[in-house]
Write a protein that binds this ligand. Structure first.
Ligand SMILES: [Zn+2]
Length: 204
């Protein structure tokens, strides 16, 4: 599998780029986006430029996990959750230890709905993805906080019994992991949460 980055022109500004570059030397756009936070400030047109660039790339290398993840992230940011999920599935099928692939899969599976309204099988799936992400990479507060949202907004609000990890466990775990303010803000923009107390824990 080729993981080399073969960009010849920037998908955002069209400037020429070295084959080995990850970022445009002119407009500073990343070539392969790795997070929804990195799309902050990008409008629909800019995201669609990435999508058409990745579509081209995937024709030649359909099994490139990074590009499948990047494509999923673009669709997720546009709110096209089912499409996004397809690309996250592919990204983790090719590279099963890609933690962000599971995290974004979980986020896509919520489909922008209030967690309270998910079905039990949907919640189990979201939790399975988040558990996988944390097993692979336990360093990110984002994973714990998305799980905390699910525990609080689905289990607590529906009056259901909570198996470990509990709300308290997840708050404690999340509080001592790497905190990415921009990613957390983007994550919350995809999951409607109105509980002020919960939000104050997550947004610190
Ligand atoms: Zn550029």
């Amino acid at each position: 599998m080729s993981e080399s980055i073969k960009v010849e022109t920037c998908p955002q500004c069209g400037a020429p780029a070295a084959r080995s570059a990850n970022k445009c030397a002119y407009c500073e756009a990343e070539f392969i986006v790795t997070s929804i936070a990195s799309l902050d400030g990008f409008d629909k047109t800019a995201i669609n430029r990435y999508i058409s660039h990745y579509k081209d790339r995937l024709k030649g290398e359909p099994d490139n996990s990074e590009i499948n993840l990047a494509m999923g992230i673009c669709y997720l940011d546009l709110g096209l959750y089912d499409l996004a999920a397809k690309f996250f599935s592919k990204a983790i099928e090719v590279v099963p230890d890609r933690a962000d692939g599971y995290y974004y899969h979980a986020l896509a599976a919520i489909k922008g709905r209030k967690p309270k309204l998910l079905t039990f099988p949907e919640v189990k799936k979201v939790e399975e993805y988040l558990n996988a992400a944390i097993q692979i990479d336990g360093s990110k507060a984002t994973y714990y906080y998305l799980w905390l949202i699910i525990k609080h907004e689905f289990y607590v609000k529906n009056g259901l019994k909570i198996n470990p990890p509990t709300v308290e466990d997840l708050i404690a775990q999340g509080s001592c992991r790497n905190y990415d303010k921009q990613e957390i803000a983007k994550m919350i923009s995809r999951v409607p949460v109105t509980d002020e107390e919960l939000l104050s824990v997550i947004t610190r």
